[in-house]
Design a protein around this ligand. Structure first.
Ligand SMILES: [Zn+2]
Length: 100
C-alpha cells in the first residue's frame, strides 16, 4: 500500500494518535466526499466491517492499523513511543455500535 491509498491518523487530527486512543467521529459525509464518490479503481468502495458503501450523511471514523512499512514508524511503535499509524475508514456505528 502506498501513502496515497491509506490515510494517516495524524492527517485527520493534526497530531499523532496514541495506541488505543479513541479516533474522532467524522460526518455526516457530504455528497461529494471522497468516501462517497468512488471510481471503479477505488480501493475504498465501502466499509470493510459491513461491506456496505459509504453514503451521503454517514458518520465514519478511522481504525488504526499500525505503523505500516515505514522503518522509523515501526521503530517508534516497538519502543512504545507515539507513531503515525495507517488507518482505514469505517462507519461510526460499525466501529462503536452507536447508531447515531
Ligand atoms: Zn460499516
Amino acid at each position: 500500500m502506498s501513502d496515497d491509498e491509506v490515510p494517516k491518523l495524524q492527517s485527520i487530527s493534526g497530531r499523532p494518535i496514541l495506541p488505543g486512543e479513541a479516533t474522532p467521529k467524522m460526518g455526516p459525509l457530504a455528497q461529494n466526499h471522497s468516501l462517497v464518490v468512488t471510481t471503479e479503481a477505488s480501493r475504498w468502495q465501502g466499509c470493510p466491517a459491513c461491506r456496505k458503501p459509504f453514503a451521503t450523511g454517514d458518520f465514519v471514523t478511522l481504525v488504526a492499523l499500525g505503523p505500516g512499512d515505514d522503518p522509523a514508524e515501526r521503530a517508534r511503535a516497538r519502543e512504545g513511543r507515539p507513531y503515525n499509524s495507517l488507518a482505514i475508514p469505517v462507519h461510526w456505528a460499525c466501529s462503536t455500535g452507536e447508531e447515531t
